[in-house]
Design a protein around this ligand. Structure first.
Ligand SMILES: [Zn+2]
Length: 141
């Protein structure tokens, strides 16, 4: 896609600091890193988000994910790592070419804050069953 910054990184018209590349994926340093080692893994095929990702693209991308995570861990010995991706602007996606973040964690001041306000009392086991059924009905939709 001609106006996509990540497609331009893939074709080399925008420079990047690559850490891994094969026929299907590219991993490179996030230029706005939260922590040392913050890396992005992207498919070479332009895919907007998880909802548009074909199975073969997912297979090739996620097959490499443990290798990237392991290399970051070996390099910097973080105390933990978040792997996450954002789908849609509301969820924080700013580049609309699927990317999986690898964010090694060092301490509570390292720049990533997530606050999970769970709603366990609202979602009883019966409600969860209803929710699960709705998702199951849509697996092949
Ligand atoms: Zn793209």
């Amino acid at each position: 896609m001609s106006d996509c910054i990540f497609c331009k990184i893939i074709d080399g018209s925008i420079p990047s600091t690559k850490v891994y590349e094969d026929d299907h994926v590219l991993a490179f340093m996030d230029v706005s890193p939260l922590t040392k080692g913050h890396t992005l893994l992207i498919p070479k095929q332009h895919v907007k988000d998880i909802f548009e990702m074909p199975e073969d693209v997912a297979r090739n991308l996620y097959a490499v994910a443990p290798k990237i995570a392991g290399a970051i861990k070996s390099a910097f010995n973080p105390v933990g790592m978040n792997t996450l991706n954002n789908n849609g602007a509301f969820a924080g996606q700013t580049v609309f070419h699927y990317h999986l973040h690898f964010i090694p964690r060092y301490d509570e001041t390292d720049g990533l804050k997530m606050k999970w306000e769970t709603k366990q009392s609202e979602f009883t086991f019966d409600v969860l069953g209803t929710v699960a059924e709705k998702i199951k009905e849509n697996l092949n939709a």
